[in-house]
Design a protein around this ligand. Structure first.
Ligand code: SAH
Length: 344
């Protein structure tokens, strides 16, 4: 009989297990704390649990903890972890420090099933979804690194690593539940952002589930034909559907959305592209992050000129839209947006 992954159990199920073994339900709480907030890698780590109980756990369960296989540190302080999963597959996660905070960027899938032409992860086919504990462990590992290198706890989390979080909905939700719960890391959902390529049905589901975290949408173009060209999967999700789902999101959550947007030369750097974005931004309260392009290919996609970026900023601001220009971090170690591809 193969042993069960103990972290697939809820706290109540763990309490029930101990009761069924003639022990106290309370033992379940203790073990649960070891598994989550204390990130125990093995039953032997659980020092306030008797040897007999630990043996009993060992007989029945495994802890499929991730292992940070390789850690690289960039000149700018960005840290990239190559994380080995229990079945040998690898994902990457990133720690991004700024003066005032540290942000974890975590993966939600091994590879990705979407086909964004400008993204390195899209070239790895999707192998599998991550479990909630595998996502949680990436965050816990980066929290430790944040304490170690920067002397403070992790302040923010973005689901912007490998994969499409909304195609692994349940595990992503479960991981956030643990990250925000007092038994996990006790972080505020306001400090968590889930980034989606824009799947209307799933955005509506988030709204129905009344989530408290932030939503970011990788828009990149508000012109249908252009978006379909650079993100081919979006042919199945017309911009009117995306718009409608975002209106629904805002109506339910009253939480403004962030649009992520890269400006490329000859793709979306013209005034008509800017005007379409301004129009799209009028539908619900939002802000725009203009992300620097991180080249991943042989030059088909190129970062637009500074002038084009300035034009975007000027027109957006003139229309009262909040816009940030985001410089890339960790490029020298392939840790920047869209560069995660298990190269090492
Ligand atoms: N699948 C999710 C999350 C992962 S991608 C999503 O699409 O949002 C995280 C962000 O990086 C997205 O906004 C994505 O469009 C952007 N991105 C992908 N490749 C990039 C690249 N080469 N340079 C800059 N940003 C990129």
């Amino acid at each position: 009989m193969s042993k069960k992954d103990i972290r697939a159990l809820t706290k109540d199920q763990l309490r029930d297990f101990f009761v069924s073994q003639g022990d106290k339900a309370f033992r379940g709480n203790q073990v649960y704390e070891w598994l989550w907030s204390k990130s125990a890698h093995s039953f032997a780590d659980m020092t306030n649990i008797s040897k007999q109980t630990r043996d009993q756990l060992e007989e029945n369960f495994v802890i499929n903890h991730i292992k940070v296989d390789n850690m690289q540190r960039s000149k700018d302080g960005t840290v990239k972890n190559a994380v080995k999963l229990h079945d040998g597959l690898i994902v990457e996660s990133v720690l991004i420090p700024t003066e005032s905070r540290t942000t974890a960027c975590v993966s939600s899938q091994v590879g990705c099933s979407l086909d964004c032409e400008f993204c390195a992860t899209a070239r790895l086919k999707r192998m599998r979804n991550l479990n909630a504990d595998e996502i949680y462990d990436q965050v816990a590992a980066i929290n430790q690194e944040s304490l170690h290198y920067y002397n403070h706890k992790l302040s923010n989390i973005v689901y912007m690593g490998m994969g499409e979080p909304l195609m692994n909905y349940n595990n992503v939700m479960k991981s956030i539940e643990m990250i925000t719960s007092e038994e996990g890391l006790g972080m505020s959902p306001k400090r968590i952002t889930v980034s989606t390529s824009g799947l209307p049905k799933m955005i509506k589901k988030l709204a129905d589930d009344e989530v408290k975290f932030n939503l970011a949408v990788s828009l990149h173009s508000a012109i249908e034909d252009t978006r379909n060209k650079i993100m081919p999967f979006s042919k199945n999700f017309p911009l009117t559907d995306l718009r409608e789902s975002l209106e629904y999101w805002y109506e339910k959550t009253q939480s403004r959305v962030t649009y992520e947007y890269v400006v490329w030369r000859d793709i979306n750097d013209k005034q008509e592209d800017i005007n379409a974005l301004v129009q799209f931004c009028s539908y619900i309260p939002c802000k725009v992050n203009l992300i620097e392009y991180n080249p991943i290919d042989d030059g088909e996609y190129q970062q637009a000129s500074n002038k084009a970026i300035d034009d975007y900023v000027y027109t957006l601001e003139k229309n009262g839209i909040v816009v940030n220009v985001r410089r890339s971090r960790g490029k020298d170690i392939d840790a920047a947006c869209g560069q995660l591809a298990n190269k090492s």
